[in-house]
Design a protein around this ligand. Structure first.
Ligand code: CIR
Length: 253
């Protein structure tokens, strides 16, 4: 069960977030509204939410998930790959120290963004992507082993982050899409296949028995409900414009 969540408010510079999409620039005021509703949804799930102030110099800093990995035993500050995101880790040690007695760090030349890390029980799948290198995954696996946690690497071909295309919903249930439908390491899970047209919704978030899903993906919603979950729909259109999904917007632990 999760008890806490941490989010970071988007700043006006969100319009300059990194993107590979052709959906246009985010509208700042709308992004703020959507962010407020996201926080409300977390609070309705009884999480105690800390809202960090915007970091205007960092357009992508609302995607707080990428800068830290919060495990049940320790928190790990990551090492974002791109120069424009590196400064987002500043101050995170102090924030996480409010919750954790041990805080670890991924150090250069390693890079690792926690959007590439999926927790499934005591095991952590780590995507090797344009953002997370082998050195980053190796450092993380070494840290995890100190806490009797394990990790393994999953090479990515197309997606931005591992969790852009796969989400663990607990109880052995996993949403999988695109290149991850054939991933051997996921074969032992009850895989819920998400069609290409709805692949954005493969990034959904289990929180204390319920699942947050992005609005506008009816087939995915049906599949998740059929698997026994109550779903909560959220509009995150402005974050999608800069390649961000639901999970990217918070740390949950
Ligand atoms: C980026 O390219 O870094 C941001 N525009 C999107 C980050 C999304 N984060 C995530 O998938 N965990």
């Amino acid at each position: 069960m999760f008890r806490y969540a941490i989010v970071r408010s988007p700043g006006p510079s969100i319009i300059d977030g990194i993107t590979s999409s052709s959906l246009g620039k985010p509208v700042y005021t709308l992004a703020l509204e959507q962010h407020t509703k996201y926080v409300e949804a977390l609070e309705n799930l009884r999480l105690e939410v800390q809202i960090l102030p915007e970091k205007e110099l960092f357009p992508d800093s609302a995607f707080l998930e990428d800068v830290a990995l919060c495990t049940p035993s320790c928190a790990i500050i990551t090492q974002p790959a791109l120069f424009s995101r590196r400064g987002e880790i500043e101050g995170m040690k102090e924030v996480l120290a409010e919750y954790y007695s041990t805080i670890e760090e991924i150090l250069p030349p390693a890079t690792l963004e926690a959007g590439d890390v999926m927790m499934a029980g005591n095991h952590f799948f780590i995507g090797i992507s344009n953002r997370t290198n082998t050195e980053g995954a190796d450092q993380l696996i070494k840290i995890l082993s100190k806490y009797k946690l394990t990790g393994s690497k999953i090479p990515l071909e197309k997606m931005l982050h591992l969790k852009s295309g796969v989400s663990y919903l607990e109880n052995n249930n996993m949403l999988v899409s695109g290149e991850f439908i054939k991933t051997k390491e996921f074969e032992s899970y009850n895989r819920i296949i998400i069609a290409d047209e709805e692949c954005y919704a493969a990034n959904s978030v289990w929180i204390n028995g319920k699942v947050l899903i992005p609005e506008g993906f009816p087939d995915t919603r049906k599949k998740i409900e059929k698997a026994g979950y109550e779903t909560i729909l959220l509009n995150v259109s402005e974050f999608r414009k800069i390649d961000g999904g639901l999970s990217c917007l918070s740390l949950r632990f």
